[in-house]
Design a protein around this ligand. Structure first.
Ligand SMILES: [Zn+2]
Length: 153
């Protein structure tokens, strides 16, 4: 039952991401991306990639969707969907930004623009051992007596 609900949620999210993709501003790469995230409140936020003649100022669809949600008061998201022509995966910057606002087990659903092919990952699959707010807090205090699992060289 839960699996069916998830499938319906994922499908709806991908449809919104596909619609957002239509608004992509990608005259340089010609690689249009749409994204949709679900906030903890249940609200959905979409984003598209927005490029710039100064290439480095380009912002990805995933970050635009997340930032839109944060701007509306969300601090946590429970799913991320991304639509591209080739079932593309989020870039490293977006994975890092996602890890700020999503749990490691948050589903990341990828699809082609016809919503025919899918890949589903957890955020931890895409960003193993990521640098999270918790890791930052751990490193700001005194050295922990109980370190994470490490190996002596
Ligand atoms: Zn990105």
């Amino acid at each position: 039952m839960k699996n069916k609900q998830n499938k319906a949620l994922y499908r709806g999210l991908l449809e919104l991401a596909a619609q957002a993709r239509e608004l992509a501003y990608a005259p340089y790469s010609n690689y249009q991306v749409g994204a949709a995230v679900v906030g903890k409140s249940g609200k959905i936020y979409t984003g598209c990639n927005i490029e710039n003649a100064s290439y480095g100022l380009t912002v990805c669809a995933e970050r635009n969707a997340i930032f839109k949600g944060v701007t509306e008061g969300e601090k946590e998201f429970v799913a991320l969907a991304v639509v591209t022509t080739n079932v593309g995966s989020p870039c490293g910057a977006c994975r890092q930004v996602a890890s700020e606002f999503m749990q490691p087990n948050t589903p990341v659903i990828l699809s082609d623009d016809r919503l025919e092919k899918f890949r589903i990952f957890s955020l931890a699959d895409l960003l193993p051992d990521g640098f999270t707010p918790q890791r930052l807090r751990e490193g700001q205090g005194r050295r922990q007596k109980k370190d994470r699992k490490t190996t002596k060289l």
